[in-house]
Design a binder for this molecule. Sequence first.
Ligand code: SF4
Length: 313
Amino acid sequence: MTQASLKTENLSSTNLRLKKRLMRGIGQAIADYNMIEAGDVVMVCCSGGKDSFALLRLLMEMRERAPVDFRIIAMNLDQRQPGFPAEVLPAYFESIGVEYRIVTEDTYSIVREKIPEGKTTCSLCSRLRRGIIYRTASELGVTKIALGHHREDMMETLLLNMFFGGKLKAMPPKLRSDDGKHVVIRPLVYCAEKEIAKYARAMEFPIIPCSLCGSQETAQRKQIKALLSEWEVAHPGRVESIATAIRNVVPSHLADGGLFDFRSLTSKTMIGEEETAFDPPVIGSLPTPVSGIMPIQWLKNDDVSDENPWSRP
Ligand code: SF4
């Protein structure tokens, strides 16, 4: 299928640089986690929000010079929410020449019927949606399901789990689907939401508002979002540092006996360089890498040289 319209965007040089940074972030994530392999059929789940529009558009462009061949199918689930403009996404998919599948299932009515008025509907809604996505992926012979979650989604989940769930758990860049038949990937995990939003504005994607279902964010999520935005302004670099920390874990300095065998620890146990007993926290710089993992620089610098075949311009 030709993708002539991919070439016709008219971005300023600033926005071209922004696009390059996002592509470099996606390329880095794909390479780091081996997200896409030769012959993969990647189903990009498109809600009509800025993140999935950006993911689809950038992934399509990257496919043209990717080191491996893979196929992209855009997928949208029309949940029959009141006012959902069902014509917008098919028209957009046609305009960029991507293969697509629209699935229509009235999960909105199910959720309304089952959840009492005023309660948050997201957990049932997401469960239903997940089932439909997996079923569609099987029908289409999909090998990878790509979701548009980004760096801030990862941070929010980490902090929500820590503050309200008693778990040190974020959102993985790659995971096995619940039914064990697919692999879910999140190629935007290194990309900052602010940059994705800027790119989406520059590209004038036909964004569909995400408030159609009438569900409100939980108070906890609102709190975490506010905290992250506050940090972004008051403590530049803090969000990057937390994001880097997620891939820079020292199990012997946490307290989970399932990750580190504290019970068998003796004075003879061999420990790594990063695991000295009284090391102070690293303040004022990104954490030192362990096991050869370099801290992610979050790809803010346009001058970063690119060895990654997934991010070559
Ligand atoms: S915001 Fe609405 S559409 Fe999204 S998961 Fe929650 S209930 Fe479903």
